[in-house]
Design a protein around this ligand. Sequence first.
Ligand code: ADP
Length: 399
Amino acid sequence: MTEPKRAPGGFPVVGVVGGGQLARMMQGPAIELGIQLSVLAEDAYAAAALAIPSAPVGEHTDLEMIRKFAASCDVVTFDHEHVPQDVLAALEADGVVMHPTPAALRHAQDKLVMRRRLSELGIACPRWAVARTASEVAEFAEEVGWPLIAKTPRGGYDGKGVLLASSVDDMAEWLTQVGRRGPLEDGLLLEERVDFVRELAVLVARSPSGQAAAWPVVETVQTEGICTEVLAPAPGLDADLASVVTEAALRIAGELDVTGVLAVEMFEVRPGGASSSSSYVVNELAMRPHNSGHWSMDGAVTGQFEQHLRAVLDLPLGDPRPRAPWTVMANVLGGEDEELYSAYRHIMARDPGAKIHVYGKGVRPSRKIGHVNVSSDDLESARERAQHAADYLRGTVRE
Ligand code: ADP
């Protein structure tokens, strides 16, 4: 494998396992800071491989490949959470510096591990249980009522691996996979269906030295299980609740010894409701830059990709405060048309303030292929502008 070329000045090489859009979006701030990135990409046309010169091709499950890759990097971080724990353990034994560490990352890889740990810490969660049999499902349903939510503990994303179930029959197929090697090996995660007011996310960064910084709490809007819009900060959020959820996220980062960016996805609930005595419950964790933080690239003094690099290198963290009263991020989902560039003339002419980010990924219906950020003093106009640009790129509006 060719070693990444080192720039003069003693700058470290940060290795990113996984060649998706997150690794790609680290390249902008890495270039500005003079930090070299190297990415272990799934193929030569992966989003990050198109933007980062040092991009050896290899599978994230291939220990020998990752070993060679890690040997050419000063620190290794991740574009996704799918590197198996046995591979991570072998790298750790080799002395590879990884952020987040395998011990922390387990909580983002396995929703059962996450639920157990957060419950031990007394962090508000939906009522939950692990079920291996139909009778265990029925027992939990007695407690929380139907419908309930069933999840595959591992390997889910964008709502895949989440099921709203109205009866045991809806889970029949999944129950047959319990005990077999795979995402359902240890059973199904069952959760009460939370009657939430809205979904929130708290993004924090934490360095190996323990310095931490939190961005403002955001609201995330999902359409058919996919995040389509993020409002920063979350409109009308009670100031006390904002402090409580931010403290909870910082506490999770500290207790789990997370290094790098941590996204804590939450549900805001009515105080005193059935779900919890607090006004929020935690849904899930991601230990990497996250879709709920894309707004920060243009809307905060320090964006999440720069902050992640600072954190994994144990550099002092940057200021996470917003630059504008509101920043709205709209995801661009793939539409019918593979061609995107011709949309630029219209979008750029219509709205010189809209910041377009495109990932260099092939267009497939509903695949996240980019996002648009708009900052403004006026929330509604920022929403309209960001959504228009995203819809135009998707091809669902043509004027
Ligand atoms: P993924 O790992 O695919 O992102 P999540 O656990 O975040 O899966 O769930 C995806 C979406 O499903 C959430 O954003 C939320 O809208 C809904 N959801 C998940 N868990 C619950 C729950 N316990 N109650 C109600 N809705 C839920």
